[in-house]
Design a protein around this ligand. Structure first.
Ligand code: UD1
Length: 415
């Protein structure tokens, strides 16, 4: 046994209350945005996960100073003087790419390693580069680094062919200090975009329309430091909600931004759960086997999030009938299927479709977390399975879950 393996003896019933950690996908672009302002930033409820640590290494590389006090993160950007970032984790995660827009915005030059991240599909960055080029940036692809420069960033009308979250973030980051007006048409509407825009406004940026497909940015000359509370992670909350569903359990999750959950509470009700929601709290109680769902398709927000597709597949593999899932965002997001099959699930998947025959009696097995969200979903499946499950590859899960063992203990699980 090593730190990258997790052993769970099932079946166990989830029951308990948990304060949800800060959001990875909100924190990362907000950290990139801090580069655009000069001063001392204070971020509360920041998740202490490996992706955030990697981002901090890159900020330190650029000349920032960072300090944790519990979950409060202090970032001092006053001495930032290096446009070339590296850091050990730079090539390991996707969010490295958001530094393109922000470092360009501040220094007019940037060099970053090619972004990594979970192997859930091709994940090109053509939309990022095209958008930034429209704002005046020029890119050069070197062997180990993507190098960009812009003598002057200027406003533009940018049309995105797909509402890419990362591309929207990058264009937003590069445009807040550009000369003139930028309009992003076909922008992503994810809650993380709204959080980034709110943070930028706190820094003095002029941004409107975030949360809609058209975002308007009026460039300003300078931005200042800000204090911000990172929202709780909607995907972490969703993972545990599906965990409660498949263990016929109950969970009260606190400090959850309900608007970020979109239609998930409704979907849980369709699956047979009692769901109660308050402004920042959700209670789910599942007394029986989950009902199957005829068709669920992943889609940009407010559609069903691709990041919770694996947890849904796991839950539906124990449901009372046939379910059909279509994955429309990432082409390699059914990597959990062979692992669930090892646990006895009956799932047929081809390309972007999965047909799940419920009623499976999941049993313990040795399974591999091949990426972040799939890994977390396997842990939820292990709770419902008969016998011991060993999940290896836990380093992926730690990219986004601060302390999944501790969370599960609070939710009544013995690990
Ligand atoms: C972000 C989230 C990720 C989530 C995803 C979709 C972060 C750190 N990650 O990823 O957890 O699953 O949004 O909600 O916030 N695409 C292109 N060209 C591009 C950019 C994207 O073709 O230049 C394609 C991608 O390959 C993918 C789709 O667009 O098929 C969606 O990607 P995007 O919305 O950009 O996701 P990320 O920002 O990478």
């Amino acid at each position: 046994m090593d730190g990258n393996e997790l052993y769970i003896n099932g079946p166990q019933r989830m029951h308990g209350e948990l304060l949800i950690q800060g959001s990875k996908n909100a924190a990362l672009p907000i950290l990139a945005a801090a580069v655009l302002g000069t001063g001392i930033f204070i971020l509360h409820h920041c998740p202490r996960i490996s992706d955030v640590e990697h981002m901090l290494e890159m900020l330190e590389d650029a000349g920032c100073r960072v300090k944790w006090e519990g979950h409060m993160l202090i970032v001092d950007t006053r001495y930032l003087d290096n446009y070339q970032v590296n850091g050990n984790g730079a090539g390991k995660m996707r969010s490295t790419v958001t530094l393109l827009g922000s470092i360009l915005g501040r220094m007019h030059r940037v060099a970053i390693p090619y972004p990594g991240g979970c192997t859930i599909g091709k994940r090109p960055i053509d939309l990022h580069l095209k958008g930034l080029e429209q704002l005046g940036a020029v890119f050069e692809h070197q062997e180990h680094a993507l190098v960009g420069s812009a003598q002057r960033l200027h406003g533009a009308e940018v049309y995105l062919d797909f509402p890419s979250v990362g591309a929207t973030e990058n264009i937003l980051l590069a445009s807040v200090l550009a000369d003139g007006m930028t309009t992003i048409h076909g922008a992503a509407m994810e809650p993380e975009i709204v959080e980034l825009a709110s943070f930028l406004r706190k820094m003095g940026a002029k941004v409107r329309g975030d949360g809609t497909p058209v975002i308007l940015i009026e460039g300003v000359k300078t931005l200042h430091a800000a204090e911000y509370i990172i929202p709780s992670d909607r995907i972490v909350a969703g993972t545990y909600l599906f965990g409660a569903m498949m263990t016929k359990g109950e969970a009260r999750l606190l400090h959850v931004p309900m608007a970020h959950l979109g239609n998930i509470p409704k979907l849980l009700q369709q699956m047979g759960a009692l769901v109660e929601t308050e402004e920042d709290c959700i209670y789910v109680n599942m007394k029986r086997q989950c009902s199957s769902l005829p068709y669920v398709v992943t889609a940009p927000f407010p559609g069903f999030p691709t990041d919770l597709q694996s947890a849904l597949v796991a839950a539906l593999s124990t449901a009372s009938g046939m379910s059909f899932i279509e994955e429309k965002i990432f082409e390699a997001r059914f990597q959990i299927v062979p692992e669930l099959q090892k646990m006895g699930a009956s799932i047929a998947s081809e390309e972007s479709f999965a047909l799940i025959d419920g009623n499976a009696r999941l049993r313990g097995a040795r399974v591999e977390a091949k990426e972040l969200r799939g890994g977390a979903a396997l842990i939820m499946a292990a709770l419902a399975a008969e016998g011991e499950t060993c999940i290896y590859g836990m380093e992926y899960v730690r990219r986004g879950y601060e302390d999944i063992n501790g969370d599960l203990k609070k939710l009544g699980i013995v690990i």
